[in-house]
Ligand binder design. Structure first.
Ligand SMILES: NC(=O)c1ccc[n+]([C@@H]2O[C@H](COP(=O)([O-])OP(=O)(O)OC[C@H]3O[C@@H](n4cnc5c(N)ncnc54)[C@H](O)[C@@H]3O)[C@@H](O)[C@H]2O)c1
Length: 326
């Protein structure tokens, strides 16, 4: 595969970021872009000298792609992943990978059958602090892991609509939940309580603005998470803390701290590999080991957050995850 032909479904803000990085990768060409919004598709296609589409199936039928990015809002996932897998096209799917576990599992089956490379945009896994901490944790017993993701309200209109985004936990705090799974293993049970406290007046807003949940991991460790988008003016926070025997560890995107101190986990840190380069290198070589989050991994993280949504609907009843044991 000397020249990789790459297509895009979705040409919104996030896809544009991937496009600009893919365009810099030697031997990769953006050949087709599809967005339901025609002018959006055309503008991106024109910039990268690609063909524009407004119908994903038309794109798949007309183009001989090696790799496809699916970067659409959570509610907008269709059968495009199954159709692409059936054509042997490798897939980069943005998180959250779906809003339905059943539909996502059908996509997993198609992926398995096709044997394609998949990658989900959990880029925090690739950070050097994450990698150093992951190695350090091997063989150690985690007692507790907690995270707090507090921030503001993203501008995309679908984000504030429960049926379209699944809410902040599913759409955004999925990054922190994914890291909790990466460090502490599978989650088997979740209990969640949600509230709408201060943002009910915001136009079109029907998601909770305060979400709190606890988790039980297969290892026996416990986890807790709070998330909110009330901090309209920013003041974001998205760190994790882990408690082990006689050791407290703090993870942030740019550092790992310990108490007592852990010099082996402090910086300087290596530069983060570009997730698009990692994905396309895997496509080119057929070797997926460098990809740190496959589609199935994305489904497992989704499972935790959707289980929290179900628990919150039932007043905080503890609910088993569907995939935590598998
Ligand atoms: N990994 C990350 O850190 C990260 C960051 C931002 C966004 N994201 C994810 O990327 C995805 C897109 O987010 P965004 O901010 O670009 O949203 P956006 O609203 O800016 O763009 C989404 C685009 O998808 C198009 N679209 C919707 N349904 C479609 C369909 N069926 N076929 C083709 N196009 C369709 C819309 O017209 C829109 O242009 C979301 O899943 C989001 O969670 C990931």
């Amino acid at each position: 595969m000397s020249d990789l032909k790459v297509g895009f479904i979705g040409a919104g803000g996030n896809a544009r970021g991937h496009m600009s990085r893919v365009a810099e990768i030697a031997g990769a060409t953006i050949s087709a872009v599809c967005d339901l919004d025609g002018p959006r598709a055309s503008a991106a296609a024109q910039e990268y000298e690609a063909r524009a589409y407004t119908d994903p199936m038309e794109l798949l039928d007309a183009e001989a792609l090696d790799a496809l990015y699916v970067s659409v809002p959570p509610f907008a996932h269709t059968n495009v992943e199954i159709e692409a897998a059936g054509r042997g096209i490798h897939l980069f799917v943005e998180k959250p990978v779906h809003l339905s576990i059943d539909a996502a599992l059908r996509i997993c089956e198609a992926i398995d059958e096709a044997g394609i490379i998949t990658c989900v945009g959990y880029q925090l896994r690739y950070l050097d602090p994450t990698q150093k901490l992951k190695k350090w944790l091997a063989g150690r017993t985690i007692g507790l892991v907690t995270t707090t993701r507090w921030g503001g309200l993203p501008g995309t209109p679908w984000w504030r609509v429960m049926e379209e985004s699944g809410g902040q936990l599913v759409e955004q705090t999925t990054h922190q939940i994914d890291l909790m799974r990466y460090f502490a293993g599978e989650v088997v049970e979740v209990s969640a309580r949600y509230a709408l406290r201060t943002m009910g007046e915001v136009e079109g807003f029907d998601i909770p603005d305060a979400q709190a949940l606890w988790m039980r991991f297969a290892s026996g460790a416990l986890g807790a998470c709070t998330t909110s988008c009330m901090a309209v003016e920013g003041g974001g926070k998205g760190d994790l803390e882990l408690l082990l025997k006689s050791q407290r560890v703090g993870w942030a995107a740019d550092r790992v701290t310990g108490s007592p101190e852990l010099p082996e986990l402090s910086g300087p840190y290596a530069q983060t590999p570009n997730i698009d380069q990692v994905f396309l290198d895997a496509v080119r070589s057929g070797e997926h080991k460098q990809v740190l989050s496959s589609y199935l991994d994305g489904v497992k993280t989704l499972d935790v957050t959707l289980t929290a949504n179900r628990s919150a609907e039932r007043g905080g009843e503890p609910m088993p995850t569907r995939l935590g044991k598998g």
